[in-house]
Design a binder for this molecule. Structure first.
Ligand code: MG
Length: 162
């Protein structure tokens, strides 16, 4: 049985924060404001995985009210998300995501992001596809007010063949 899930996230770009996407720190004059490290790409992937498994969303499992999660590395959240879907007998078939950012250019960092996501999800980097797009100056991403990410994930249930 295959299950598909969708995730979307966006955070505001502010001064004085590191820009972290896909677990990679990207040189930029501003970073994403959030309770965690603000990794909108990983948050979108978590939501896609949780959605495919029928487990709600990232806010339900990792609420901002949990002070222990303040400033947390989102890769930890991704690994915990894998644990949740693993417990239900699902495994990740593939993940595809698009980061929407006017600046900076993300293409040089996609290989490292894929390695991070694949390692955390215990899959091959070939099962993770990442893309970037600008919005040609339109909207909040185009005005560089923030960065957004969309993701889809496909899960398969590990079947007992006995
Ligand atoms: Mg988020």
């Amino acid at each position: 049985m295959m299950r598909v899930g969708h995730g979307y996230d966006a955070h505001r770009l502010v001064a004085g924060r590191r820009l972290v996407l896909g677990g990679v720190t990207i040189p930029h004059e501003r970073g994403l404001l959030a309770h965690s490290d603000g990794d909108a790409l990983i948050h979108a992937v978590c939501d896609a995985l949780l959605g495919a498994a029928g487990l709600g969303d990232i806010g339900r499992h990792f609420p901002e009210s949990q002070s222990a999660l303040s400033g947390i590395d989102s890769r930890i959240l991704l690994r915990r998300t894998l644990g949740l879907i693993d417990a239900l007998g699902f495994q990740v078939a593939n993940v595809d995501a698009t980061v929407v950012a006017q600046e900076p250019k993300l293409a040089p960092y996609f290989a490292a992001m894929r390695e991070n996501l694949a390692a955390d999800l215990r899959i091959d980097p070939g099962q993770v596809n990442l893309k970037g797009t600008t919005t040609e100056g339109m909207g909040f991403a185009g005005r560089e007010e923030g960065i957004a990410a969309h993701a889809v994930a496909l899960l398969g249930r590990v079947t007992n063949t006995e």
